[in-house]
Design a protein around this ligand. Sequence first.
Ligand SMILES: [Zn+2]
Length: 334
Amino acid sequence: MVNYKDLGLVNTREMFKRAVAGGYAIPAFNFNTMEQMQAIVQAAVETKSPVIMQVSKGARNYANATILRYMAEGAVAYAKELGCAHPEIVLHLDHGDSFELCKDCIDMGFSSVMYDGSSLPYEENIRISRQVVEYAHKFDVTVECELGVLAGVEDEVAAEESHYTKPEEVIDFATRTGCDSLAISIGTSHGAYKFKPEQCTRDPKTGKLVPPPLAFDVLHEIEEKLPGFPIVLHGSSSVPQDEVDTINKYGGNLPDAVGIPEEQLRLASKSAVCKINIDSDSRLAMTAAIRKYLAEHPDHFDPRQYLKPARENMKKMYIHKIVNVLGSDGKLAQ
Ligand SMILES: [Zn+2]
C-alpha cells in the first residue's frame, strides 16, 4: 500500500475548488510515454499551472501500471528540479471500469480515480460509484464519476451514440454516490473523429468540417442544480487542423478528423467545468512532428532525433491549452 502523499502528489479537491471559484479549468492530459510526461511537466512548470496526469486502462496495458506510477513520482521530482518548489500534480485513473481497478490504483499511489459506470443502469452506476468513493475517501483520494454517455472511441471505451446527461438526475446521483466531481455528456466525444460529416457543416472556404456546438443549455441546467460542484468534460481535444494537415502532408491519412472548437472549451472553462480532458491533441502533435521529421531526414534512425521535436511540439500544445484555452496558468496555490 502506497499513499500518494508520500509520492508528493495531491488530490483534486483544493485545485477544483479554486478553479470553480476562479472561472478556469485544470488540464487533464493523458500520458503513456516518457516524452509525454516530460512535456506535460515542462509545460506545467513554465506556466505555473496545476496539472492532472491521467492514465487509462489502455495506458496501463501499454506501459505497465508500476512504471506509470513511478513516472508520476518522477514527474514531481522533475518539476522540483525545474524550479517549481510546490508542484501540484495529480495522478488520476481515467475511465476505471471496476471497483477492483480503482482500488488497485488507489493502493499503488494514485491521488484521484474515475469510476465510469455511465454505460450501466442508473442504480448500478450509483452502487459501484458509492463503493469506490467509500474506499477512496479512506485514503483522501478524490473520485470522479460519470452520468451520460459520450460517443467515440478512447482506448477500450467505445460507444456508438451519445446521450446527454439528464440534469434532473444529477442531484440524486452526486448526493448518493458522494463523488467529488462529475463527468457529464454535453456533446464532446472521444478520439480524433468526434463527429460524422453528416453531423457537421462544411466551411465553404477551407472544405473543413465545422462541428455542432456543445449543449451549453444542459451544462447551465446542471450548474443550477449543483451550484459550485466540479464538472468534468471528457473528449475535449480540438484536433488542431494544422497538425492534421502536417500528418496528411507527410504520408498520413486522417480525412475529416474534427474536434471541439477551442472557443467553446474556453467558454466552458469559465463555468463550473473545472477539468478538461485532452488526449488526442497530444497524439496528433507527436505524430505530426515525427512524420515530418522522418520525411525530411530519411537517413536518420536514432529515436532521440525524432522524439525530441515530438516532445517540443507536445509541450507547445500543452502550453497553448493551459494559457489560451483553460486559463490555469499562474494558478498554483503557492
Ligand atoms: Zn474520457
